[in-house]
Structure formats: structure tokens, C-alpha cells
Write a protein that binds this ligand. Structure first.
Ligand code: ZN
Length: 664
């Protein structure tokens, strides 16, 4: 090891990248921070060092820094914890990482990920299918196990090696010697490397047979999908084409982890793979850069795109069969600085329709909504941004109404779920879509219920209202933030007056919030400033057991598992009808809606769900639109009123000691 060991700041001063006084200034700030930033980030924020200089320095010096300093530097452990552990190290002579792990101060995965970030070395999960067995076999078994290393693949005379301790310079030199090639470093936790070595050795001896045969199960020949992935088969494919198998493996993992999107992003020295899980973008793994191009080619080939075109943004789709589950992958490829980035949306064909009562409406909302759905005419509009779950609500509603005696016709682009007994017009892929015309065409089917994917223009809104006036029940989704803006939008189309005078209208706005993971949830007291943002007068946080997830295997450390809807529902009653006919200003409308008896805003409904322990207040704030200040002044609701409006009964809402707050 080099002699110039020490914290990053010292190394930067030694290098004349920053001055001593600049370092002291940054250290001072670091010390005063409650939520500690990394020292490097503070230096960059202060303008003492550019991000590029920071990255280069960390890369250059990372290997000279001791693990303990690295962990303190990125906030994984405190300086005090380090001192404590160093004291023990002096006595036992054990490696620092070992002591930290033994005493469960950090988890193994956490340690490895922190090091990867700090040292700027890709974190590569050495899934056996991604490893070139010929390269792997170039080192003796004993050496691999003893040093926790996996030579993964070779490109242009450099071998990518995954190892548990990339700071071990002697080991790296030894590897270069033994492999007779330059070594590109990648890292992973010791346990994962050991597991991978075991299965790779097994593969070497039995040729990867058996497992694939056992797991195939014959599901593959059901559907002529261009992409068929079976968990067992992935291990075999690498003999044929490792890059293809890397792509397939990523898709497979994404489905295993319930991801909705896959992002394959080439960077300067690696390919970053990220998944969107429960709405949040999550790091999955890094892969060696040489896999980037072949993975993009595989994606494009499967999606029927032009492989030769790399400068152009292209979109396509792949029908896949992953371990018997049919999925529709929407692929978008575009050129970025370091190659081609691939983004994939996953649509699960087999995903079951949800029932209305699974959507997450509060009891009072559910009652109002089902009452409206049961009427034979009128219109219901669903508001919310893309990804807020509007389509799921629409399908759940149609499913609820689909009793065999009701004729339901839809106009969609595209049809996302096929529903038995429903006439679904798919407009996807047509050149120019004239929604109003399509809508009137639907009338020839003599429908009881008409559902429309997304209303895009005023003409479509008018056509829709006309259908409703003719006595049909109409459901449609609208791109509006919440109920008030949806109603404002509606009030401004011609024909709205006639419609409102004679037909019922319900507007439902929604968002999706992540649910607290039941496996690792704990009671916690939310920060005062967070609670205050909900403006619930007379609320005492001490009377409620708020819950949050601490992170576990089941939720992949996120503390959340699954999502649920938060709703804001408004039925246009007779008094509102009169107001609307007078073409009111938006503000006037918003205040009227807020003051309407029984009305819960998205934020208030979310608050109730947090009180129930279903989600967290922070999560609600993440998705709900802010309540405007002026409206807030009008808001006289106390906590009990909120609970009453939500329609919660005894036992549905438990506070401390299991007592029901609404009863107090
Ligand atoms: Zn959990």
C-alpha cells in the first residue's frame, strides 16, 4: 500500500487541488450539518473543486484511502464509530471491514455499495450467466475462493475482474500478472462473489445441464413470443452469446423485483442498470461497458428496430414470455454520450384486474363512488398525471359494471387489458386519430356504458358530454392535476352548460403512494415540520402510531412494498351547478370545492392513510399537490372531522393502545 494514506481532504491538500484553509472551511460546514453531506460534495458546492476534479481525485486516491476513512467520508459510519473500531483493531489485528461487519455496524452489501460509490468502481453483481466461463477458468479455483475474485470477461486485452476488496493493490498486481492482461476493476460483496464462484464451478463441471432441464416446465411453447426467458435457461445461454444473455438476465431480474421500467444507461466506464420499483428509480447493478453495445443491439433486434441506425431515437415493442408470464415490453432507444441508452416499460399481460375496493379509496369515497357508478347515466372523469393509476381505476370500474347485462364499449389507445364481455376499440397505431368521430361511431353499438382512454381536446370533451346527454353512462380520463382544475377545464367547453343542467358529474383525482412494507414496519414520530405541512388543526401526533419501513430483504431495503391510490372525489351537486353556469373564476371554484361538506383533498386523504399506518406523511407530500395558502386559511378542519369525512368506522383506524381516535 502507498504511504500517503489518510482522509480524502488531506489527500486533496497534498495534491494542491485545494488549500488548507479551503479544507478547514469545508470541514467546519461538514461538522455543523445535521444531515451530513459528503466532504467532496461540500467542496464542490463551495466551488473549491469541480465535480470532474473530485471524481478524478477520488479515482486516483481511492485506492490509497483506508476503508474506514472512506466510510466516514460518505457518512456510512461516524468518526467516533471509526475511532472505536480502530481501537479494537489495534488489539485484535483483524481487518477493519471484518470488525465492522462482525459488529453489524454496517451490512456487507452496504459496505460494498459504499465503497463502490466512493472509489468510483462499478458495482457488478457477477450473475453466472454474465461471466465468460473461459476467462473465469484461467485462474485456479483455490485462488478465486481465497481472494474472492471473479474474472468476468475480456475485451481489447483487458479483463474485467469482480473483486470484494479493490483497494488491495498487491492482489490487483498479482491478477494482472496471472492473467497476462490489464485488469478493469469491478466490485461486489464477498458473499455474492462466493455464491457466484460456487455456481460457476458447478457449471464448469456439469456443463450447466440439469438445472435448465428441471426448471423449463414446458411453459415456453405456449406463445410465439420472440423473447422467451426461463430462469434456468439463462445460465446456459452464455455459451452462445453472453451479451444477449445479459439483456435477458436484466429483463428477468426486473420482473422478479416487480419493476415497471428498466433503464440501461451507458456511462464513461460502465453500463448502469436501474429499475423503477413502486414508482421509485432504484440502482440494480453496473455492468462492464463492453456489454453496452451488444445489449442495445439485442434490444433493438427483438423490438424489430433498425440495428444499423444509432443516431436516431427509435421505439418498438417486444412480446416476451418470462418464466411463463407474458409481458409486453415497450422499448425506446436513444443515442447518449457514451453509447445507446435503452429504456423499457414493462406491461404485464397477466396482471389481474383490480376490484374497486382494492384501489385504496377511503370508505366514504368508496360509498359515493359506487353510488355514482350504479346510476344509469351521467359522467365520471378521472384526473391525475400520467402514472397516477387512472387507467387502473377505469378498468376496475368497468370490471365492476361488467355483469353480463350491461353493454360496455371502450375507445382506447392502446388497449392495456383485454376484458371479456367488453367491446374494446383499439386506436393505437392509427395514423391520425379522430377521437370525437370514434366516439360517435361507438354509439352504433348501442352501449350502456362508454369509456374513453384519455380526452385530449375540447372537441373530445364536447363529444363526450353529448354522449352523456343522450343518456349513456360515460367514463373518461383527463390530464388535470386535481378535481378543481378538471372542473374548470370542463366548464370552459361549449355545451358544458347544457350538460351540467341535466346530467350528473363526478370528478375523481388520484395519485399513487407507496405502502409501508409490512415485514419491516415500525412506529415512528414524523418530524414536526412535516406534520405541519398538512395544516390539520387540533391534531396531536402523539395520539397516533405513524408507521414506516426500516428496510428489509422483502422490500429491497426501500421500506416500501406495493402501492395504493389516494383519492380526491367531488360530485357536482345542484348548488355547484348554478355556480358553474355563471362561468366562475378558477379560484372561486376551488374554494367552493374545498368548503363542500365531506370533501377531502388529495393531501387530506393521504394524511388519513398515513394515520392508518398504510403509508408515510413524507410519501404523501411527495405526490400530492400543495394546498394553496389562501385556501388553507379557510380550512377549519380538525383531525376528528377528517376521520369522520373519510368514513372510517371503529377498528379501521387504530391509534395508540388500539383505541379508535374517532371515538374520543
Ligand atoms: Zn421491508
Amino acid at each position: 500500500m502507498a504511504t500517503a494514506e489518510g482522509p480524502l481532504g488531506e489527500l486533496l491538500v497534498d495534491d494542491n487541488v485545494i488549500t488548507r484553509s479551503q479544507l478547514n472551511h469545508a470541514l467546519q460546514i461538514h461538522k455543523e450539518q445535521e444531515q451530513r453531506q459528503r466532504l467532496g460534495d461540500i467542496l464542490a458546492d463551495l466551488g473549491y473543486i469541480t465535480r470532474r476534479q473530485l471524481r478524478d481525485s477520488i479515482k486516483r486516491h481511492g485506492k490509497k484511502m483506508r476503508i474506514g476513512d472512506v466510510l466516514v467520508e460518505n457518512g456510512t459510519i461516524t468518526r467516533e464509530q471509526l475511532q472505536d473500531v480502530l481501537g479494537q483493531q489495534a488489539l485484535t489485528g483483524d481487518a477493519l471491514g471484518k470488525i465492522l461487519l462482525d459488529q453489524e455496524i454496517v451490512g456487507e452489501e452496504e459496505l460494498a455499495r459504499a465503497l463502490s460509490r466512493q472509489l468510483d468502481i462499478p458495482y457488478v453483481v457477477p450473475q453466472p450467466s454474465l461471466v465468460d466461463i473461459a476467462v473465469f477458468s484461467r485462474l485456479p479455483e483455490r485462488f478465486l475462493k481465497l481472494n474472492s475474485v471473479i474474472p468476468m470477461l475480456e475485451t481489447d486485452g483487458a479483463v474485467t475482474v469482480v473483486l470484494a476488496d479493490p483497494t488491495d493493490q498487491n492482489l490487483v498486481l498479482q491478477l494482472e500478472d496471472m492473467l497476462g492482461a490489464d485488469v478493469e476493476l469491478a466490485m461486489c460483496s464477498r458473499t455474492r462473489i462466493a455464491d457466484a464462484i460456487e455456481s460457476l464451478l458447478l457449471q464448469k463441471t456439469v456443463g450447466g445441464q440439469g438445472r435448465a432441464g428441471e426448471m423449463a416446465g414446458g411453459a415456453a411453447d405456449v406463445l410465439p413470443a420472440p423473447l422467451v426467458i426461463e430462469s434456468g435457461a439463462i445460465a446456459e445461454q452464455h455459451e452462445v452469446n453472453r451479451a444477449a444473455s445479459a439483456f435477458d438476465y436484466i429483463v428477468y431480474r426486473a420482473l422478479q423485483e416487480r419493476a415497471s421500467d428498466i433503464h440501461i444507461e451507458p456511462e464513461r466506464d460502465r453500463v448502469r442498470i436501474r429499475f423503477r420499483i413502486d414508482g421509485a428509480l432504484t440502482f440494480a447493478t453496473d455492468l462492464p461497458l463492453p456489454l453496452a453495445q451488444p445489449m442495445a443491439v439485442r434490444a433493438k433486434a427483438l423490438a424489430g428496430l433498425d440495428i444499423s441506425k444509432v443516431l436516431q431515437q427509435q421505439e418498438g415493442r417486444i412480446l416476451a414470455d418470462v418464466d411463463g408470464e407474458k409481458v409486453d415490453l415497450r422499448v425506446a432507444v436513444c443515442r447518449v454520450v457514451f453509447g445507446e441508452a435503452v429504456a423499457i416499460r414493462i406491461f404485464r399481460k397477466d396482471a389481474g384486474l383490480m376490484d374497486l375496493d382494492e384501489l385504496g379509496m377511503l370508505p366514504a369515497q368508496m360509498a359515493a363512488y359506487t353510488a355514482m357508478a350504479a346510476q344509469s347515466s351521467g359522467a365520471a372523469l378521472f384526473a391525475g398525471p400520467t402514472g397516477a393509476g387512472k387507467t387502473t381505476t377505469l378498468y376496475a370500474t368497468l370490471n365492476h359494471l361488467n355483469d353480463g347485462a350491461t353493454k360496455i364499449v371502450t375507445v382506447e389507445a392502446p388497449v392495456e387489458y383485454a376484458m371479456e364481455g367488453v367491446v374494446q376499440n383499439n386506436l393505437a397505431g392509427r395514423e391520425a386519430v379522430d377521437l370525437p368521430r370514434a366516439l360517435f361511431g361507438v354509439l352504433h353499438h348501442d352501449p350502456d356504458v362508454i369509456a374513453l382512454g384519455e380526452i385530449d381536446t375540447s372537441e373530445t370533451v364536447e363529444a363526450l358530454l353529448e354522449c352523456a346527454l343522450m343518456g349513456h353512462k360515460v367514463f373518461a380520463t383527463l390530464h388535470a392535476e386535481e378535481t378543481a382544475s378538471a372542473i374548470v377545464r370542463l366548464a370552459n367547453v361549449s355545451g358544458a352548460a347544457t350538460f351540467l343542467a341535466s346530467a350528473d358529474l363526478l370528478v375523481l383525482a388520484q395519485r399513487l403512494v407507496r405502502k409501508v412494507c409490512p415485514n419491516c414496519s415500525e412506529v415512528y414520530v414524523p418530524r414536526r415540520d412535516i406534520v405541519q405541512q398538512f395544516q390539520v388543526k387540533g391534531f396531536d401526533p402523539d395520539t397516533v402510531d405513524f408507521r414506516r419501513g426500516t428496510g428489509c430483504q422483502e422490500c429491497l431495503g426501500s421500506g416500501f412494498r406495493g402501492r395504493t391510490g389516494v383519492f380526491e372525489l367531488f360530485v357536482v351537486g345542484s348548488e355547484m351547478r348554478d355556480v358553474l353556469l355563471g362561468r366562475p373564476a378558477a379560484r372561486e371554484l376551488i374554494e367552493l370545492i374545498r368548503k363542500a361538506p365531506g370533501f377531502l383533498s388529495l393531501k387530506q386523504a393521504g394524511f388519513v392513510k398515513a394515520v392508518q399506518g398504510i403509508t408515510t406523511l413524507e410519501e404523501v407530500l411527495r405526490v400530492a399537490p400543495p394546498i394553496e395558502a389562501e385556501v388553507v386559511r379557510e380550512q377549519q378542519d380538525v383531525f376528528e372531522a377528517l376521520i369522520r369525512k373519510a368514513g372510517l368506522r371503529r377498528g379501521q383506524r387504530t391509534g395508540r393502545n388500539g383505541a379508535d381516535v374517532a371515538d374520543r
